[in-house]
Write a protein of this length. Sequence first.
Length: 236
Amino acid sequence: MHPAARRATAEGIGTATLVAAVVGSGIMATRLTADVGLQLLINAVATVGALAVLIWSLGPISGAHFNPAVTLVATARAEMRRSEAGLYIAAQILGALLGAVVAHVMFELPAVTLATKQRTGLGQWLGEIVATAGLLALIGALTRTGLGRLGPALVPAWIGAAYFFTSSTSFANPAVTIGRAITDSFSGIAPGDVPGFIVAQLLGAALGAALTEVFYPRAGTPEPLDLPAPVHDHQP
């Protein structure tokens, strides 16, 4: 298999598995309990666990983006070619849709059921900006400090935390958002609300990327010198 195709395949499979975990655990949670808080906890724990495994296992192959926002930022930084970025994003979106279908089939539901759950409004959009900005800033920090090996632990930790402290429950991923539009289950989002979430996610990605440049500038970028204030001699 051509290396670019191999990497894109890893992205598709990784994103599909991630969405299957999100959607499947949401379906399971509603079958296990009527407690919404416990449902969200089950959903979050399953997502965090799956994401950790996927980053660890597929990171060495494709970088484990599983997220068009991550791919777009890498492309803007000239860290990957536009042609390959296009393959990544296509694979991520197709994988997300496939993951939702697989989750439905596992639980003997119709393969596709358009979501009816409304997720919209300034508060939820702000939640997506915060969740995505934090995610991209974290990835940037790990990359610039050479600590990418901590990604399988820290990236899921951020997503898991953001499940509970953001108003949107931290989608933070345009492909996952699209995949969740075809499931009328606990984790679904009405198709009409998808564009607002994606715009918020892209704004958050840009903010997170900017924070990376502020706090972790590229090697070779000169830092401002911390010089003492000049002493003025006021002798007559």
